[in-house]
Design a protein around this ligand. Sequence first.
Ligand code: MN
Length: 259
Amino acid sequence: MSILATLAKALANRSVRVVDLTHTLSPNFPAIVLQTELGQAAPFRVEEISRYDERGSGWYWNNFTCSEHTGTHFDAPVHWISGRYLPNNATDSIPVEDMMGPACVVDCSKESAENADFLLTKDFLLKWEAQHGQIPERSWVLMRTDWSKKVSDPVAYQNFDEEGQHTPGPSVDAMQFLVYERKVLGFGTETIGTDAGQGFHLRPPHPAHDLLHGAGRYGLQCLNNLDQLPPTGAFIFCAPLKIEQGSGSPLRVLGLVEG
Ligand code: MN
């Protein structure tokens, strides 16, 4: 049987399951908040066009507006100044082969529960590799924190205080390791950014954005259900909308899991 026929059969008999790694887009979903003097991302807004009524008796549909960085979303290299001049750096020019790949799920849920400012380090990744094997080239590394479980409480999800936002993320040496040594395609988080809430204080600031996008790699944020993926063996699909010169896009992220 061909590879694709084998996959189709496995999907039909549920020996391969599909896990939805996406949150529902709704006006209540927490939006990223920058310092007040900076431009801001719009939350998701929806406006009904008709609903089987005088505006259209046989059909229901909506207009919606949002930022490219609203809800579960994809970051393209052109999003960051380090990726500004790279070829094929936007949502309409990224190679489609990059919009999928094997997933390595690094469980930082215990550490993140104990410390909202937890930083995933290279040392933590090396310990993960000692247990699960080397992170393959062109894989997606997903940082599981269980932060997605806070999403119904926007205050807890954002976790701001007078110092700013406190959410877990990667360290500089972790991103250098993943991008340059393991040559991953992308890095994904359950929080509102690929970087830690206090990532501005690292050098370079926002190392996930700076290093990933400077090397033409990608980010995923506001992921859901990472606790339903195994550490290795899952395969994800994460195709952004084909927005002309888009810096990112909300998307549906799906994980295939065997067994
Ligand atoms: Mn983003």
